[in-house]
Design a protein around this ligand. Sequence first.
Ligand code: NDP
Length: 325
Amino acid sequence: MKALLIENNNNVYQTELKEFDDSLLPEGNVMVEVEYSGLNYKDALAITGKSPVVRQFPMVPGIDFAGKVIQSDSDKFKEGDTVVLNGWGVGERHWGGLGQRARVNADWLIPLPSAFTTRQAMAIGTAGYTAMLCVLELEKHGVKPDDGEILVTGAAGGVGSVAIALLAKLGYQVMALTGRPSEADYLKSLGAQGIIDRSEMSEPSRPLGKERWAGVIDVVGSHVLANACATTKYGGIVAACGLAGGMDLPGSVAPFILRGVKLAGVDSVMCPYEKRLEAWTRLATDLDLELLESLTTDIQLEDAIEKSKALLAGEIRGRLVVKTS
Ligand code: NDP
């Protein structure tokens, strides 16, 4: 089989496409023929070594994949089943999806909803599934389309693009925050009603600003997240899932204690099984597949290293799907 392999020998970090025998795959009770994987922000960090995402070496990166079961010692899956995997430390501690086969624990797999092909599943990928988890947080908090504008940050990236498409289809009025004004037409085609330049929310935040957002989905962190909290309306919610602009949160408690704003953290990696199922089931009904196609770019396993650098530089629009075979 072919896979990307990350090695770290005496602090020399290297990622290469390699051929090796299936027998080297880690332990697990289900073997999957990976058809597609996604190239996510975390994969790009792992592949380039820019952040300590990989916990043991050598490592096959790839935090998500979709494919067919080719061997199973579990009652949960049988040969031929189509499955999807997101997270659980795969691609970080356990060999992941950026290869032609993966051996994993059955508990980490979800039967792929019949609405999707394996390629569409990875066009959604961990970014899209996380976008759905964020939308579920807004809904759980009771945010309704009539409550006002929803801000989506890092809008032209993977999580942002899918979040806009989902929210717009559900009837919300979406404002897209981007550092790439050249992507305005693309963001509007996904359903954004307006564009906000990232620079407007990148400066250090005041404790409170003019109330504007009924809800926020933030992938950027740092000043953008602090400004988003400070400008969320009384009783609104900010779903925070990312750190593309920084891991810090340089804000004040004022929005929480004076306006009852809720800050909801969203994690896709260790998210419980039932919630994952709910997210994938909702994606099957609430994501417009034509829009999904419009935000998807296909690449080959061979391209993943170069594209990782572009992704971290904020140059990729939407989602990258990796054909593994
Ligand atoms: P992408 O690279 O596809 O998108 C990130 C977007 O953030 C970019 O397109 C850009 O949007 C914006 N951005 C990039 N760099 C900066 C910067 N320096 N300052 C401000 N904005 C920036 O990544 P994903 O959408 O896949 O992931 C986004 C974030 O969410 C990442 O931090 C990732 O780790 C996190 N994530 C977390 C998950 C979880 O479980 N909590 C799961 C999935 C992702 P634009 O050009 O429009 O401004």
